[in-house]
Design a protein around this ligand. Structure first.
Ligand SMILES: *Cc1c(COP(=O)(O)O)cnc(C)c1O
Length: 379
């Protein structure tokens, strides 16, 4: 058994990252300023997007995006129940109805068919999730979208490519830089878009409803006379955080290459353990995964998922659960009266998945330790 605990994830923070953050701390300007602008430019560049707006979290971006798009009472947003529940919460909090598209049983991605099945004349936004770093079939979903705006939940997709194009190239998208994501700010997020009007609104809504122009952003602060156009929130990112994200982004290819190497090692070592089933790849389109997570299904009458996770922990192996489906959680279950069975593929995965350790500072030996512990638990 391993001597030390292997966590399910650990952010990679280098001396250079620390130096970049220290530089901001010593500069006399620690909240949104030049590092924000530079981080926005870098993420817009990665996404081939015209605009990027840095925010305090992906959840905050979702909140103000719904406000900017005037989505509320009587409107519906289509998204998977297999997502981080904060995105569903935001839909609910603005008074709109989250409508859940089921996922494919093997890839855990929403499909053109599952999205099309739940679109109605009240649908105002479609938000697919590039689950675990694998892109959904964007062209297929676009084809069934009836012109309804698609906003990609790209929290797992920094470094994800669909048909050779980075996520965010074709639609607005929201990234997260929470501590467990492929690159991190500690907490942070980014909204990218090609829609100049939406960019302007997002920038205003994230900062009290006071309009800021490019000059303000580049020149540290705005004129004290600037006034509220419409009340907004306070979701700006600090330069302390932005400088960390910006420096991490420089290593993205290296970080994701390491994740890929470890994930392929898992696939190889798990190949002869039929009880533990990794996700399958989507077919029909070319893609590159950012390998945000390595998710397996505990698919055996021998042991249930919760016991499996507890037993691995006893053997010093940490695991995660991404995610417990939203529609059967107390609030949603009671409000909408969902019974088990309404989203069969989502529920099968919600009951059987767990995320094995995967982070860039892990080694192939660590992967072998995890698989060895799995064999012990199953024996
Ligand atoms: C992490 C995550 C979010 C939320 O990101 P925050 O920055 O923590 O608000 C949204 N959607 C998915 C799929 C996530 O994994």
């Amino acid at each position: 058994m391993r001597k030390d605990f292997l966590p399910f994830t650990r952010p990679q923070v280098t001396e250079e990252d620390i130096a970049c953050v220290s530089e901001v701390l010593r500069s006399g300007w620690i909240t949104n300023g030049p590092a924000n602008s530079n981080f926005e430019k870098a993420v817009a560049g990665l996404s081939n997007s015209n605009h990027a707006v840095a925010v305090a979290s992906a959840t905050g971006a979702m909140h103000i995006l719904l406000e900017c798009m005037n989505i509320g009472e009587g409107d519906e947003v289509v998204l998977p129940s297999m997502t981080w529940v904060s995105m569903v919460n935001m839909v609910e909090l603005v008074g709109a109805k989250p409508v859940f598209a089921d996922i494919d049983r093997e890839t855990m991605l929403v499909t053109p068919e599952s999205v099309s099945a739940v679109i109605s004349d009240r649908t105002k936004m479609i938000m697919p999730v590039h689950f675990a770093g694998v892109p959904v079939d964007l062209d297929g979903i676009k084809a069934v979208s009836k012109g309804i705006p698609i906003v990609e939940d790209a929290a797992h997709a920094v470094g994800t490519y669909y048909k050779g194009r980075h996520i965010g190239s074709d639609n607005s998208a929201i990234y997260s830089f929470h501590a467990i994501k492929n690159i991190t700010c500690g907490e942070g997020g980014m909204f990218v878009t090609n829609d100049a009007e939406l960019e302007k609104l997002m920038r205003r809504w994230k900062f009290h409803g006071i309009s800021m122009d490019a000059f303000d952003r580049e020149n540290r602060g705005r004129s004290p006379q600037a006034e509220v156009v419409e009340p907004g929130f306070k979701y700006n990112l600090t330069d302390i955080c932005a400088s960390l994200g910006l420096n991490q982004l420089k290593r993205l290819d290296e970080i994701n290459a390491k994740r890929t190497q470890l994930a392929l090692k898992y696939r190889e070592l798990l190949a002869d353990i039929p009880e533990i089933r990794p996700l399958g790849d989507p077919s029909g389109y070319d893609f590159t995964s950012a390998w945000h997570l390595f998710v397996v299904r505990v698919d055996t009458p021998k042991i249930d998922r919760d016991t499996f996770m507890a037993e691995l922990k006893k053997l010093n192996i940490g695991t995660g659960l991404h995610f417990r489906c939203a529609h059967l959680q107390k609030y949603y279950r009671e409000k909408y009266g969902y019974q088990p069975g309404v989203l069969p593929n989502t529920e099968y995965n919600s009951d059987s998945i767990c995320s094995l350790p995967l982070f860039p500072d892990m080694t192939e030996d660590d992967v072998a330790d995890v698989v060895e512990a799995i064999r012990t638990v199953l024996a």
